[in-house]
Design a protein around this ligand. Structure first.
Ligand SMILES: Cc1cc2nc3c(=O)[nH]c(=O)nc-3n(C[C@H](O)[C@H](O)[C@H](O)COP(=O)(O)OP(=O)(O)OC[C@H]3O[C@@H](n4cnc5c(N)ncnc54)[C@H](O)[C@@H]3O)c2cc1C
Ligand code: FES
Length: 512
């Protein structure tokens, strides 16, 4: 972002000033525009994931329908319409131009730590590398930034530039096969066809959402989503925020919100007792002790609850109150926002679409060289296991070296194995309590795209039936939000992924 420079955008016919370069979803929230669209049954909806998965933030931008406002930055003279305006002003059909072409030795999908590391390793070994990412800038989730790039990210980005890595931002990989993939612009739906010899999939992870009464209210967002919105320019100074769910991401989000002078209540569903084995592991590593001490110091004035979770969100047009189940009973908090996430789900859609094998734990199967078993297709980072940034970098290096036809050093591969063990310990310490799966019952919305309630979904016997009979997973999110819920409830296993792997503007369905 260019400091505090303002630009003008037209929102539903009214010119307003917003910070130049801010994430559009964050800029609108900052203006108090929390509700962005009406759902199929007329409910108000706002951004949920802020990372391109849920499509709840979709708007009409410069005449293009279905644009995810969390994936684009504000530009001067941008024309923005919330979907409810469509009734009054129907849009002309979109003209999508013929696909452009690009060719590379190696295509890396995702510019997070894993993708950047893979791209650098391969480019330094002489390959022509193209990285494609649907976000507006490099860094993935942990290094997402607005005006100030984190120092660690800067060094990787600069190294990628020195190695001649080419980057294409604002494009989702939505279809294809090994050797030839299709990327589609998140702003306009225009496509590019990319030919390549090898592929490294580094598509990261997304948040797991679990439904509870009121979770569809505008102002209820993911935990990582709150982080993304703040980094995108949302001011939270003085706001009362509950950050709830599970896992270390909550701590990072609470820390950022606190730094921005929000009033934070941190609510973890796991018990402290369950996290003792993790603590013992932390004590074995000086680096982890230092990191943990710094984190806890920054959160010392934040109230923390364990064994607690949200059971209900209430409000008129947006969330105003949260009911929390605590060890002492129900506690009701007045809030300006609720950020809630129940861990991470590996983002494997592209891998599945390319024919990679998915393990029972939902991760892409890879060998010690991060090879997926599909010719010319490697995978690195969170799709192969949720284990944090260092794991993403090391597995990315292994994948990039392997994609260049070399053998990665044994010590690098051993580090990846150690990271995986840490990831498993994190997972065990934050396993989800069964009560959480029973909150999405009755009239609670389970599929947000198609407005299917849990009561309706109860009648289905398989994921196939869910799709065919109830349209669960058939809306713009393509199952990214609802399928992990069905899986977490333990009754079903998601079926195969079909192209397009992501919904593009112009082709997106609008539920009016
Ligand atoms: C919302 C969120 C917030 C997080 N915040 C933190 C944090 O603060 N601290 C921390 O230690 N860890 C955090 N994590 C965990 C974090 O994911 C890892 O630590 C690390 O960033 C993983 O790196 P990665 O390269 O595997 O994936 P990511 O960093 O997630 O990068 C994946 C990239 O792939 C892109 N992508 C995905 N699908 C496509 C597609 N089809 N086409 C084009 N591009 C695509 C995405 O836009 C993204 O930039 C967060 C995770 C999430 C989901
Ligand atoms: S909030 Fe933008 S896609 Fe989820």
């Amino acid at each position: 972002m260019s400091g505090d420079r303002k630009v003008k955008i037209r929102l539903d016919g009214v010119w307003i000033e917003v910070k130049e370069g801010a994430q559009l979803a964050a800029a609108l929230l900052d203006l108090g525009v929390v509700s962005l669209r009406r759902s199929a049954t007329g409910e108000r909806r706002g951004a949920l994931c802020a990372m391109g998965s849920c499509h709840e933030c979709r708007l009409v931008v410069d005449g293009h329908r279905g644009v995810r406002s969390c994936l684009i930055r504000v530009r001067d003279q941008m024309q923005v319409e919330t979907e409810r305006e469509l009734d009054r002003a129907p849009l002309a059909p979109l003209e999508i131009s013929a696909p452009q072409q690009d060719v590379a030795n190696l295509l890396v999908i995702g510019a997070g730590p894993a993708g950047l590391a893979a791209a650098i390793a391969a480019a330094e070994l002489g390959l022509d590398v193209l990285v494609v990412d649907e976000s507006p800038g490099p860094g993935g989730r942990i290094w997402a930034h607005n005006d100030r790039i984190p120092a660690e990210a800067r060094s990787w980005i600069e190294r990628a530039e020195r190695a001649g890595v080419r980057r294409l931002h604002g494009y989702s990989i939505i279809d294809g096969e090994p050797g030839r993939l299709q990327a589609s612009s998140v702003a306009s739906g225009e496509s590019i066809e990319i030919e390549c010899d090898t592929i490294v999939i580094a598509t990261g992870a997304r948040e797991r959402f679990l439904p509870f009464p009121g979770w569809t209210l505008p102002g209820v967002v993911g935990a990582g989503a709150l982080q993304s919105l703040i980094k995108g320019g949302l001011a939270v100074k003085g706001k009362r925020l509950v950050v709830a769910g599970t896992g270390p991401l909550l701590l990072a989000v609470a820390q950022l919100a606190r730094q921005q002078q929000a009033r934070v209540l941190l609510v973890e569903q796991a018990s402290n007792f369950k996290r003792i084995p993790l603590l013992l592991r932390v004590l074995k590593s000086r680096a982890r002790i230092r990191q943990s001490m710094a984190l806890w110091k920054s959160l010392r004035d934040v109230e923390k609850l364990s064994c607690s979770w949200p059971v209900k969100a209430e409000g008129d047009q947006r969330v105003e109150r949260v009911h929390l189940q605590t060890e002492k009973g129900i506690r009701i908090e007045d809030v300006d926002g609720l950020a809630v996430g129940f861990g991470l789900v590996p983002e494997t859609r592209v891998a599945e679409g390319l024919g990679c094998r998915i393990l029972d734990d939902g991760c892409v199967a890879v060998d010690h060289q991060q090879w997926t078993g599909v010719e010319g297709v490697y995978c690195a980072g969170e799709p192969t296991g949720i284990a944090g940034c260092e794991a993403a970098i090391d597995s990315g290096l292994v994948a990039g070296i392997s994609a260049a036809g070399r053998t990665p050093r044994a010590h690098l591969q051993a580090r990846v194995r150690r990271h995986r063990a840490w990831g498993a310990a994190l997972e065990a310490a934050h396993s989800l309590r069964p009560e959480l799966f029973h909150q999405g019952r009755g009239e609670v919305m389970l599929c947000r795209c198609e407005d299917v309630t849990a009561a309706t979904a109860d009648r289905i016997g398989s994921i196939r039936e869910a799709r065919l009979l109830c349209r669960i997973g058939m809306g713009p999110c393509q199952g990214r939000v609802c399928m992990p819920i069905l899986e977490a409830q333990g009754e079903h296993r998601a079926d195969s992924v079909r192209p397009p792997w992501s919904t593009s503007p112009g082709k997106g369905e609008i539920s009016q």
